[in-house]
Each structure stands twice: as C-alpha cells, then as structure tokens.
Design a protein around this ligand. Structure first.
Ligand code: PEP
Ligand code: MN
Length: 375
C-alpha cells in the first residue's frame, strides 16, 4: 500500500455487500444511457435480468448534455418506468441526480440508488446541495470522477456526502476529458484511480468503460483493464437497439454483446472489504503503464502537428530544418526538464530522437510533393 502522507478525513465506507440490496461482488450495473420510452427501458431490463449477473439497472432520466438542444431526458415519468423494472425483474435501479429536486423525486418514487454525474461532481455547490438533500437517507450514492483529472475535487465530493451521513458510497471512474484527440472518448488515467483507492482504501470503485471508450468495440478492453486493477464493479451502457439511441449511441452495447462480454471477462479474486488494493509494486507499475500510454498518445499528437507544418513548408517552399527553432526547442525543454529534476543529457537525447523522426516525416511529405509534381 502506498503510504498515506496527507491528512485525510476518516472516511470508512460500508462494503457493498452490506448495502442491503442483495448485491453481488463485483457489482454489475447495466442499462441504457437514457430512458427513452417505457418499451425501450423494459426491453433492456428484461434482456439483462434474464442472465442473473446484473444486479442493478441504470438509466438516466435527466441528461446533462454538454450543448443545449439535444435530448435532455424524459424527466420524472422515467422514474415510473424504473419502478416497473424493479417490480418486474427484481433488479435494483439507479439513475443520475444533478439537483436537489431530482433527489426529492427519486426518494418519493423509491429508486434504490443514485449516481452523481461527472459535470456535477465538478461543482462543489451542487454536490453540497445534493448531499443535504440526501442526508438521513443512506441510499447508495455513486460519484463519478470530475471532468478534469482533479483528485481533490473527486475526494471532496465523496467527503461532502460522507459528512452528510451517507456511508454507502462508491466512486465511478469514467475517464477524463481529453483536450487532445485520442483513441478513447475519455482518458482513463488509471494512475488517479490507484491514487484515490490509496487515499480512501474502503472506497469501492466502479469502472464505467462505456464513457471511457466512447465506441462499443473498445468497451471490453477497458472493462478488462479495470478488473485487472481490482476494481469493484462495472457500469456499462446497454441499449436494445444502440443505433437509434437518443444519447451516446456509438458506445452502447446490445444486451447480447454485453452478456457475451461478461462471459469473456476475467474476474479476479478480490473483495471490496479487502483494503490491500494491490501490492505496492503492482500499483506503481500500473501507474507507469498508464503514463507511458499517455506519452505515446502525446507523441502521436505531436507528430500530427509536425505533419501539418510539413505540409505548410511544402506549400510555401520553406526548408525543413530551421536551426533557430531547433536551438530554442532544445534550450527551453532542457530548462523545463532541469526544473523537474531531469538530467540535461537525458532530455537532449530524447529530443534528438523525437526531432529526427519529425524531420524524417517532413522529408517524406516534401518528397511526396515532388513525386506528385513529377520531379
Ligand atoms: C451517463 O452516465 O450517461 C452520463 C451522463 O455520464 P457522465 O456524467 O460520466 O458523462
Ligand atoms: Mn451516457
């Protein structure tokens, strides 16, 4: 276990097995991104319930859309549909709350659990209001990570719920918004998940591979990775007919694809009561793996920019190698590295390698042009 050097609030979350919801470990939550119609909700629910492994059915009824004008959810009537799911299938039901009024409606309708969405976790005022509205209920509250990789903000939201007397808490890891283009919709930054688990060892962590992947075909590999990191469960978006979904169509799995994925995944022996998340070496190696992945994605993004410049140089007949620019790069990066405790020679050789590859790429672009010009 990484030593906890910061002064942490004492947060001692009750294990999932004690949440009185007949939940299994690992916790499998599945269902559509949004409740769209009673038929769609019930079709998804019955297809999932027949399998027995899905203990919690999800569907958003209030949808926090980044831009206005899209489908913003069916609202309160969707809660009635979730009630039907609960009565007909026996699965517990969960939906997203983003405002105190949502909490009121959810409690009135007897919804079993709630999650706090990523955009809401980002706002401490709202989290505080939700925590007050939930005080005294002790229904399980699952808190998605904030949009940006800000561990303190995530912990802060959990702490606010805890201070309101809620002891059935879990974090949902759904990845962080990538500023740069990336293969995945959201960058997992697994090292942060390891950090939050080290900071609050009793905190169950549920992975949401759907919002990390952004594409249905990438969901299984993310789900497996989270299980390899001993996460406590999965929340996966499943829609009876993803192509016509009103939100997040690309990332939703059909019930069949989802159940196939569940059967193919390797679940490791672990338990949410187990405070030893992973041994020290494994934790650190997992963080290194995650950072290497990000370095490679950044190198790929850098190369795309180099290509753009290559095309610009070709079109404007500028030479590839610009001595002044190269000198500036070297100097400023070495300086930056030094401030971070990195050796000058190390940074220099790394940059030479990157630069050599950039020149090669630009030369290819220039040659391509010559060839198309018949030279
Ligand atoms: C969702 O779960 O459908 C959702 C809106 O997620 P997030 O808050 O992670 O974007
Ligand atoms: Mn969604």
């Amino acid at each position: 276990m990484v030593k906890n050097t910061k002064l942490e609030p004492q947060i001692d979350i009750s294990p999932i097995a004690e949440w009185n919801l007949n939940l299994n470990y690992p916790l499998i939550i599945a269902g559509p991104c949004s409740a769209e119609s009673e038929e769609q909700v019930l079709a998804a629910a019955h297809a999932l319930a027949s399998d027995g492994r899905v203990k919690v059915f999800r569907a958003g009824v209030w949808k926090p859309r980044t831009r206005p004008g899209g489908f913003e959810g069916v609202g309160e009537k969707g809660l009635q549909w979730l009630k039907r799911v609960k009565d007909e299938t026996g699965m517990a039901v969960i939906t997203e709350v983003a405002m105190p009024q949502h909490v009121e409606q959810v409690l009135t309708q007897g919804i079993d659990m709630v999650w706090v969405g990523t955009r809401t976790t980002t706002n401490p005022f709202l989290v505080e209001q939700l925590a007050s509205a939930l005080a005294g209920t002790n229904i399980p509250v699952l808190i998605k990570n904030p949009i940006t990789p800000d561990l303190e903000l995530w912990i802060g939201a959990i702490e606010r719920m805890w201070r309101s007397g809620i002891t059935r808490l879990a974090a949902i890891h759904r990845g962080f918004h990538p500023y740069e283009r990336s293969r995945l919709r959201n960058i997992p930054k697994w090292e942060l998940v390891i950090d939050i688990k080290s900071r609050i060892p009793s905190l169950p962590i549920i992975c949401d591979p759907s919002h990390i992947a952004g594409t249905a075909s990438l969901v299984p590999e993310i789900a497996q990775r989270s299980l390899d990191l001993s996460m406590d469960g999965l929340m996966v978006e499943v829609h009876p007919n993803p192509v016509v979904a009103l939100s997040d169509a690309r990332q939703q799995l059909t019930p069949d694809a989802f159940l196939q994925m569940l059967s193919a995944l390797t679940f490791h022996q672990s338990s949410s009561a187990n405070t030893e998340f992973a041994d020290f070496l494994e934790q650190v190696r997992n963080k290194i793996d995650s950072i290497d992945q990000q370095i490679i994605e950044l190198l790929a993004n850098r190369m795309r920019l180099v290509e753009q410049i290559g095309e610009y140089k070709r079109n404007n007949n500028v030479t590839i190698f610009q001595l002044r620019r190269w000198e500036n790069i070297l100097e400023s990066r070495i300086e930056c590295g030094k401030k971070l405790g990195l050796d000058e020679e190390y940074i220099k050789s790394l940059l030479q390698l990157v630069h050599k590859e950039s020149i090669k790429k630009q030369a290819e672009i220039l040659r391509g042009n010559r060839l198309t010009n018949g030279e």
